[in-house]
Write a protein that binds this ligand. Structure first.
Ligand SMILES: Cc1ncc(COP(=O)(O)O)c(C=O)c1O
Length: 439
C-alpha cells in the first residue's frame, strides 16, 4: 500500500485522490479536461467529485481542530533527527534506515561525479550513451543480490509501473498481495493482464486462486514486498517461492524497505531466510530509502535486464539517472555492505521500540520490529491528534488515516533508524505512552 495522506491542505489531499483514482485505473489529472473544441464538457478542478469530498474532509479536520501534518518544511538534513521552523525534533518520518543521509563519503562521491559528468545524463542511455557510474551502480546492485545483472531507472515508482507494464500483457495473470505498493498496482493496470489481490501475507489465499485460474492464462507473475511499509511485517518467502515454481509463475519481490534492513548480513529478505537470491525471478528496489538517493532498480537474469533495457518505456524513453544520483547510491551501497553494524543498530533500536510499545499496551499490529513499527489507534482523529501532540513535544511521526488505511487501522507509523539513540527511543516511548493515555 502506498502512503496516502488524508485530510489537510489541498496538495496532500490531491495525492489521496490520485491514489483513490489510481485504484480505479484512472488518472486524477486527465479525465475531465476538455479537448480543443469540446469546452462544454470541461469541469473546473474544484468541480471534480473527489475534490469536493476532499473539502468535506478538510472542513471536518478544521472543526475537530486538527492541524495538517503534511508538507512540513524541514530546515536541513532529515535523518533520525530533524528541525522544522527552527525546532529540533526526533524524526520517525524518514526512510534513512541506516543513518546515511549526509554521510561525508556519500556527499564526496556525489560531488566528484557532478564535477566529472556535470549535472545531467542528457537523454536516454540507449541513444545518448552510457556513463561509467551507471554501470558501476548496476554491477554493485547485481553483486549485492548475487545475480547476473541489474538496471537502474530514474524513479522507484516508475520502475514498477514500466517494468510490470512491459513484461505482462492481456491474457496474462498478475497476482499481488492486497497491500502491494501503488506503483506495482499501476504497472499491473497498465499491462492489461488480469489482476488478483490475494490476502495480505497469505500464501494459502494465493494458492486457492492459482489452483482454479492459473491454467486459463499464459504467463503469470506473483508480486510481493520483502518488508511491508505500512505494517512492518514480512512475507513467508520460502512458501511464495515454492508456489511460484509449482504453478509456473515469475516471482517479483519489491525490496524497497528490505535492502540493508533485513538479514544478518543486511542482505534483505532472502538473507533473512537464508535463501539464495536467484530463487526469486525479479528483485525490484528503490534507491531512495536505505541508499539515501533517488531511483529504482531491477536485478535478476542477464536476459531480463537486457530485455528491459531495450523495451521498458520508462528506461528507453526516459533520461538516464543523474550521474551524481547514481554515484551517491553506489557509495551508500558500498557502506551498507562494509558496515553491517549499522543494520544491527537499526535492529536493536527497532526491537527496543517495539517492546516498549507492547509494554505500554499499545498496538503495533503485525510488525516484526525490523524498522517499521505502527501504533494503531483505530481512529483517524485519534491518530491525527496523537501525532500533533507528539510533534508539539519534539517528536515528528506521521499519522496514517482513512482512506489511506481502513478507519479501524488508522495509526501512527514510526520509521526507526540506526541514527536514533537509545535515549531518543526511550524519550519517544515516554511521550507516546503519556499522550496516548490522554486521548
Ligand atoms: C514498496 C515500495 N515500492 C516502490 C516505492 C516507490 O519508490 P520511490 O519513492 O523511490 O519512487 C515505494 C515508495 O514509497 C515503496 O514503498
Amino acid at each position: 500500500m502506498s502512503e496516502k495522506p488524508g485530510f489537510g491542505l489541498s496538495l496532500p489531499a490531491k495525492a489521496m485522490l490520485m491514489a483513490r483514482l489510481a485504484a480505479k485505473g484512472k488518472s486524477a489529472l486527465a479525465p475531465e479536461l476538455g479537448r480543443p473544441g469540446n469546452r462544454k464538457e470541461t469541469s473546473t478542478w474544484s468541480e471534480l467529485p473527489l475534490f469536493r469530498e476532499l473539502e468535506t474532509l478538510r472542513n471536518t479536520a478544521d472543526r475537530l481542530g486538527v492541524v495538517s501534518p503534511y508538507f512540513r518544511v524541514h530546515d536541513g538534513n532529515a535523518t533520525g533527527h530533524t528541525a522544522i521552523a527552527g525546532r529540533p525534533l526526533i524524526n520517525y518520518a524518514s526512510y534513512d534506515y541506516l543513518g546515511l543521509n549526509g554521510d561525508p563519503r556519500i556527499i564526496a562521491a556525489a560531488t566528484e561525479a557532478m564535477g566529472h559528468y556535470g549535472t545531467s545524463a542528457s537523454a536516454s542511455r540507449l541513444v545518448s550513451g552510457e556513463r561509467q557510474v551507471h554501470l558501476e551502480l548496476e554491477r554493485g546492485i547485481a553483486d549485492y543480490y548475487g545475480v547476473e545483472d541489474a538496471v537502474a531507472l530514474v524513479s522507484g515508482h516508475a520502475t514498477n509501473v514500466t517494468v510490470i507494464g512491459q513484461i505482462m500483457a492481456a491474457g496474462d495473470l498478475i497476482l499481488h498481495d492486497e497491500l502491494i505498493h501503488n506503483s506495482a498496482m499501476q504497472g499491473a493496470l497498465l499491462s492489461g493482464a488480469r489482476r488478483y489481490a490475494f490476502r495480505h501475507n497469505d500464501p494459502d489465499s494465493l494458492e486457492t486462486y492459482l489452483k482454479t485460474h492459473r491454467d486459463q492464462h499464459k504467463r503469470a507473475l506473483i508480486a510481493i514486498e520483502g518488508h511491508y511499509s505500512m505494517d512492518g511485517d514480512i512475507p513467508d518467502l520460502p512458501r511464495f517461492i515454492e508456489l511460484a515454481r509449482r504453478y509456473r509463475c515469475w516471482l517479483m519481490v519489491d525490496e524497497a524497505h528490505g535492502l540493508g534492513v533485513l538479514g544478518r548480513n543486511s542482505g534483505g529478505i532472502a538473507d533473512h531466510f537464508g535463501i539464495a537470491h536467484d530463487e526469486v525471478d525479479i528483485w525490484m528496489g528503490t534507491l531512495s530509502k536505505t541508499l539515501v538517493s533517488c531511483g529504482g532498480y531491477i536485478a535478476g537474469k542477464k536476459a531480463l535486464v537486457e530485455y528491459l533495457k531495450f523495451s521498458a518505456p520508462g528506461f528507453v524513453y526516459s533520461v538516464g539517472m543523474q550521474p551524481a544520483t547514481a554515484a551517491s547510491a553506489l557509495a551508500a551501497l558500498n557502506i551498507v555492505r562494509a558496515e553491517p553494524e549499522r543494520s544491527a543498530r537499526l535492529r536493536a533500536n527497532s526491537t527496543r521500540f517495539l517492546e516498549g510499545v507492547k509494554a505500554a499496551r499499545l498496538n503495533p499490529g503485525t510488525s516484526i520490529g525490523a524498522a517499521i513499527v505502527p501504533v494503531i489507534t483505530g481512529s483517524s482523529v485519534k491518530a491525527a491528534k496523537l501525532a500533533e501532540a507528539m510533534f508539539l513535544r519534539g517528536v515528528n511521526v506521521q499519522p496514517i488515516i482513512y482512506p489511506g488505511v481502513p478507519e479501524r487501522s488508522a495509526r501512527l507509523r514510526f520509521f526507526l533508524s540506526a541514527a536514533h539513540t537509545e535515549a531518543d527511543i526511550d524519550t519517544t516511548l515516554a511521550i507516546l505512552t503519556e499522550e496516548s493515555g490522554k486521548l
